[in-house]
Design a binder for this molecule. Structure first.
Ligand SMILES: *Cc1c(COP(=O)(O)O)cnc(C)c1O
Length: 375
């Protein structure tokens, strides 16, 4: 059996090696390393795949969030509401721009923003809401958009973990994650569901004026060559990364389906014990399982991790510390105990290997050892 990895990028590469190697050779020979037809092509193909009017490629997902907040004209003192249980990037750009983060707890079932708590956190200074589609399912966008419209707030979706997921409306229509809010932000970090071979990111919007502003800010605030009308940043996607993403995009739905079937196998196996709470999917969203995250009930997490490691099975804790308990983001408004769901998740979550290339044999082996440990 091949060694198990959290994400098996090597096996995925071998499946598309010819196309990737050919493209990279072509780019080396063309010497068009930044911008050019690959980046343009990716932009158009992503627009078509997502059903969104504008895709603005950039250097990474964190930049995407920062550029989005800059393009919306958010100013120091403006409040931005986001989840207390998530990756650090959102809080980081809020802090860098001198904005005020307003954290709210997440829903214990979906690990995503709880709309009622979002509404309760709104003040006259609130300018934007940043829902994170954590682990691969959508936050409750219909409710979040309703709240945003009522209070005239911007919504920036962080869809770094949910590219390809569908938000499902009652009338049978759907929209892709990241295309519902005013702006959507994603990351193409190698381990994401659509990952390149370095850093990469993109911003989505259906608003023509915002799209223009986002493009300008991502390129040094430049409106014409060497004319800078805005303070911007340097955030480019390079041609090699764009080419890799163009090779993978046609397979994204297949990759996501494979992740879903891995998740279903895990769910079935772990339903047999009440010591493992399997992840639930809300009725309004598909799930692309960026992570397969269990909640442990009466299981020693460190001992489980060590036991699995002894059997060459990796396991990860996404995330061990909620934002309000991170040293860099400690805030008197949010003492320990303030966000009980986030704190409980941080103490009990445990993520198992999941990727399109996890084999049945590898998965059966992992399940066997997890079940042996929990008894
Ligand atoms: C990965 C990730 C980001 C940041 O993306 P980078 O490309 O690493 O900057 C932001 N938000 C979430 C939820 C992520 O998972």
């Amino acid at each position: 059996m091949k060694p198990i990895q959290m994400v098996d990028l090597g096996s995925q590469y071998l499946e598309i090696k010819d196309a990737i190697d050919h493209k990279i050779q072509e780019i080396l020979q063309s010497s068009r390393f930044i911008g050019g037809p690959e980046v343009q092509g990716l932009q158009q193909e992503l627009e078509a795949y997502l059903g969104v009017k504008h895709v603005i490629p950039c250097a990474n997902g964190t930049d995407a969030l920062q550029i989005a907040m800059m393009a919306l004209g958010l100013k120091p003192g403006d409040e931005v509401i986001t989840a207390s249980f998530t990756y650090v990037a959102t809080a980081e750009v809020i802090a860098l721009l001198g904005l005020t983060p307003v954290l709210v707890d997440v829903d214990p079932e979906t690990f995503c923003l709880d709309p009622q708590q979002v509404e309760a956190a709104i003040t006259p200074k609130t300018k934007a809401i940043v829902p994170v589609h954590l682990f691969g399912q959508c936050a409750p966008m219909k409710e979040i958009m309703q709240i945003a419209n009522e209070h005239e707030l911007f919504v920036i979706e962080d869809t770094a973990q949910a590219i390809g997921a569908d938000y499902l409306y009652e009338n049978g229509t759907s929209q892709k994650a990241g295309t519902i809010g005013h702006i959507g932000c994603t990351s193409f970090f190698p381990s994401k569901n659509l990952g390149c071979y370095g850093d990469g990111g993109a911003i989505f919007t259906n608003d023509d004026i915002l799209a223009e502003k986002l493009r300008i800010i991502a390129n040094h605030g430049q409106t014409a060559q060497y004319y800078h009308d805005f303070v911007g940043v340097n955030s480019r996607l390079d041609a090699i990364q764009a080419a890799v993403l163009r090779c993978k995009l046609p397979h994204l739905d297949t990759y996501n389906k494979k992740r879903l079937s891995v998740a279903k196998q895990y769910n079935e196996a772990f339903a047999k014990t009440d010591k493992l709470r399997t992840p639930s999917t809300a009725g309004y969203t598909s799930h692309v399982f960026h992570q397969y995250t269990l909640q442990l009930a009466g299981v020693d997490r460190n001992a489980l991790k060590a036991y699995l490691a002894e059997h060459q099975i990796p396991g990860m804790i996404y995330y061990p510390v909620p934002l309000h308990q991170q040293k860099a983001y400690r805030d008197a408004r949010y003492p320990d105990g303030h966000f009980p769901v986030s704190e409980n998740l941080a103490a009990t979550v445990f993520s198992l290997p999941i990727s399109p290339n996890l084999t049945e044999e590898q998965q059966a082996y992992s399940i066997k050892h997890v079940m042996a440990f929990v008894g």
